[in-house]
Design a protein around this ligand. Structure first.
Ligand code: NDP
Length: 307
């Protein structure tokens, strides 16, 4: 019987592991399919407090893991494929093996939705990004492109105009999901140009190792052309990693965990941390903060249950 199983090894999960391990709970961390989470696919992180020169994302998340292991956290490869929260002890199916546990911290994150272009994944961290807040700073005086027609695309585009000389918003139709106020703000921004009815065919240049241009296609006119850009930001939404928890813990229409205050869910003993519940902030520091809260609440729960 485990005291606490933490699912996910990004910033949220690893920070929960530091706190739970220091509280002598000997947490088990199930690292998941994308160990290290979103930080493992970013480059320089300049806004995590405590690192005036910045720190590489993979190094940051690995450091937190080592810190947790130092205090006795145990990490296992593999994934939770099914959960049973209908009774206590709670149970998790980790790659076919059911493990009972008194508490669970779900820190499985949300994966950025990508366009699945032939060269997109090869250029992540080299001009292709899913986070303007993280990477916008590197595009001072440069030309960037944002894909999407929702609030994220509008917000990221407006943010990027602080640095970039030009922001082109590429959207597959001329109907925008973005709220009117966000759309109007983008339309009024002289640095933003809109390319509606347009889809991206591919991003280049893998040989150069950085983004230099994209191939675009206008679905209305049938025209295909190339446009030079230095940065390529995909803002077409995120998918929360909650599939194994469907029907076991309360989720909203899009699959995000519904918080019941702090780090609690509707199930006693099941806590959330990071992007799996947070669709607004999505920062390493906010995920880490939630990881801390979840571990403290798990500790408190165990204490009140007499463990
Ligand atoms: P949305 O789901 O709202 O929008 C996604 C956009 O991406 C749509 O324009 C969609 O186009 C497009 N898209 C999806 N898949 C593809 C694809 N394969 N190829 C091309 N385009 C694609 O996601 P957001 O991340 O923008 O927003 C998520 C939620 O978060 C919303 O509720 C939003 O309001 C909220 N939010 C609020 C903010 C704020 O208030 N400050 C900031 C950011 C987000 P189509 O419409 O054609 O399907």
């Amino acid at each position: 019987m485990r005291n606490v199983i933490i699912i996910g090894s990004g910033c949220a999960g690893n920070t929960a592991a530091v706190y739970a391990a220091r509280a002598n709970l000997r947490p088990l961390v199930v690292a998941g399919h994308e160990p290290g989470g979103q930080l493992s696919i970013t480059s320089l992180v300049e806004n995590f407090p405590g690192f005036p020169e910045g720190i590489q994302g993979p190094e940051l998340v690995e450091n937190i893991r080592r810190q947790a292991e130092h205090f006795g956290a145990e990490f296992v490869h593999g994934s939770v494929v099914e959960a049973d929260f209908r009774q206590h002890p709670l149970r998790l199916n980790i790659d076919g093996e059911w493990i009972p546990t008194r508490t669970v911290i779900i820190a499985t994150g949300a994966s950025a939705r990508w366009l699945n272009l032939p060269n997109e994944q090869k250029l992540i961290g080299h001009g292709v990004s899913s986070c303007a807040t993280c990477d916008g700073f590197f595009y001072r005086g440069k030309k960037v492109m944002v894909i999407g027609g929702g609030d994220s695309a509008m917000e990221e585009s407006n943010f990027l105009t602080r640095f970039a000389s030009e922001v082109a918003i590429v959207h597959r139709s001329d109907t925008f999901r973005a709220s009117k106020i966000m759309l109007d703000r983008a339309r009024a921004n002289p640095k933003i140009v809109f390319l509606p009815h347009t889809v991206v065919r591919d991003v280049h240049d893998v040989n150069a190792g950085v983004v230099t241009a994209v191939t675009l296609h206008n679905v209305k006119t049938g025209e295909t052309w190339q446009r030079d850009v230095d940065g390529f930001f995909v803002a077409i939404g995120h998918i929360p990693n909650t599939k194994p928890f469907k029907g076991q813990v309360e989720l909203d229409d899009e699959g995000y965990i519904i918080s019941h205050g702090g780090a609690t869910t509707n199930i006693p003993g099941v806590f959330h941390a990071g992007d799996v519940q947070d669709r607004i902030y999505r920062q390493a520091i906010t995920a880490a903060g939630m990881g801390c809260m979840a571990a403290m609440e798990a500790e408190r729960f165990l204490e009140t249950e007499g463990h």
